[in-house]
Design a protein around this ligand. Structure first.
Ligand SMILES: [Zn+2]
Length: 93
């Protein structure tokens, strides 16, 4: 999937369509005090070693995320491009 480096898109802070620069999505590190992490730490506390993992159904492909920065207010928003796909996103031009 190919995307242009600059796109016109809606900015929720400016409340109108503005120019956005697109770049790849970088995953943020996990928060140490989030509910899921606290629940997991509570579960493995004491003599119990590991907990049985939940079995999730396998998804075919991933949703491709990009970060877009508004040229007017310089706020960065995260957005999903297209549906689940096995192809990786290419940013160019
Ligand atoms: Zn904006």
């Amino acid at each position: 999937m190919k995307i242009n480096k600059e796109i016109m898109s809606y900015c929720k802070f400016c409340n109108k369509h503005t120019k956005h620069t697109v770049r790849t999505y970088n995953k943020k590190p996990q928060r140490g005090l989030s509910l899921g992490t606290r629940r997991h730490n509570r579960a493995i506390k004491g003599y119990v070693g590991s907990i049985e993992p939940k079995i999730h159904p396998k998804k075919l492909g991933k949703k491709q995320k990009v970060m877009s920065e508004c040229a007017v207010c310089h706020k960065i928003t995260e957005r999903v491009m297209g549906m689940r796909t096995k192809k990786k996103i290419e940013i160019g031009r």
